[in-house]
Design a protein around this ligand. Structure first.
Ligand code: ASP
Length: 349
């Protein structure tokens, strides 16, 4: 009888990449098959530490075509969701091996689509490929196994989508890729980390979401007709007016200044009103990494509120994007649900 059953799904990313021209380190990195990764991590083998000493039974699955995560689209989220849904009952925890570039988007998307999640879904990857002598892949993957197989290590079971990276355990929909070069590649700027995996492992239980009561289910659809607009001094509001007439467009994420402020010129306000009047959902999030949108703080923000723009509170760009895409495909009362804290992705003020 295994002490824990863990499903590992490999989707691609630097962690399992090798050089396009073998032996030529100046050639670009491309994803390699699962065997490449497994060979480099003896702890995963049948007579390795996790199985032999701890009784953990692993099942491995891989995307048919493993990819750089820059190629990710909702169809790939749907593939992951399909695998999780088909295997949910049979495993204690899940690990998704993923490229770092869009890891926080995937973590956010899964957090909304996996309804009443009662098991850990841990996403990890690495900054250096597993074949590299200084790779971070082995510690990241080992840490992810500790979190996914929590009971084996007397750790609290966390029923959430998580990012486990460089000794940090983060809520997936609070995470953002903060560095493309440091081993510490992810941060959770507006919410405390859920754990730390240094020499000792610490989990901060008080931040963990409660176990759901309702049965697990998956809602895998996402709307892609949205756009993200970053404001800057000199932004031309005519661009927004033109977008307002785009029949396909469903939602706009406006990355505003500071606590949710924007120009108050007549042309800008008119353009925003036109977007809202034409049925586009407009969500206000801050360009500040640690930003909380408060459209009542300044007149320049209040104008937006009066136009019918929705506050994104302290959501990351990744969470706001995935939430809007998911709600547009699944929810009728969109504005109400955008404001709500659905999966710990925002703080209510
Ligand atoms: N481009 C890679 C990816 O996202 C980067 C990484 O994995 O670190 O797949």
């Amino acid at each position: 009888m295994p002490s824990a059953k863990i499903l590992i799904l490999y989707t691609g990313g630097t962690i399992g990449m090798g050089h396009e021209i073998p032996g030529d380190s100046s050639s670009p990195l491309i994803p390699q098959g699962w065997e490449f990764l497994q060979k480099a991590m003896p702890a995963l083998s049948f007579d390795g530490f996790f199985t032999k000493e701890k009784g953990i039974e692993f099942t491995y699955k891989s995307f048919e075509h493993v990819i750089d995560s820059s190629e990710f689209a909702p169809a790939h989220w749907a593939d992951i969701l399909d695998i999780l849904s088909l295997n949910y009952e049979h495993f204690d925890g899940f690990i998704i091996i993923h490229g770092t570039d869009t890891m926080a988007y995937t973590a956010s998307a899964l957090s909304f689509a996996l309804q009443n999640l009662g098991k850990p879904v841990v996403i990890t990857g690495s900054q250096l490929p597993i074949f590299h002598p200084r790779t971070d892949a082995i510690s990241n993957l080992s840490n992810a196994i500790y979190i996914a197989a929590a009971k084996v290590f007397n750790l609290p079971m966390i029923p959430e989508v998580l990012i486990c990276f460089n000794d940090k355990l983060l809520r997936g929909n609070r995470s953002t890729k903060s560095s493309s070069k440091d081993f510490s590649g992810f941060e959770s700027p507006s919410f405390p980390d859920l754990g730390s995996l240094e020499q000792a492992i610490q989990i901060w239980d008080k931040y963990i979401l409660p176990l759901p009561i309702a049965p697990f289910r998956v809602l895998p659809n996402f709307e892609t007709n949205i756009i993200i607009i970053t404001l800057f001094p000199g932004f031309n509001p005519e661009i927004l007016s033109r977008l307002a007439n785009d029949k396909q467009l469903k939602g706009v994420i406006l990355r505003t200044f500071g606590s949710g402020n924007a120009p108050s010129s007549e042309t800008f306000i008119r353009a925003i009103k036109l977007l809202v009047d034409n049925g586009k959902t407009v969500l206000n999030i801050s360009q500040c990494q640690e930003g909380f949108v408060n459209m009542k703080a300044y007149k320049t923000g209040n104008n937006l509120f009066l136009c019918g723009i929705i506050s994104g509170a302290d959501m990351t760009l990744e969470a706001a994007t995935a939430k809007m895409m998911w709600l547009l495909a699944n929810e009728k009362d969109l504005n109400f649900s955008l404001l709500k804290n659905l999966k710990g992705e925002l703080s209510l003020n």
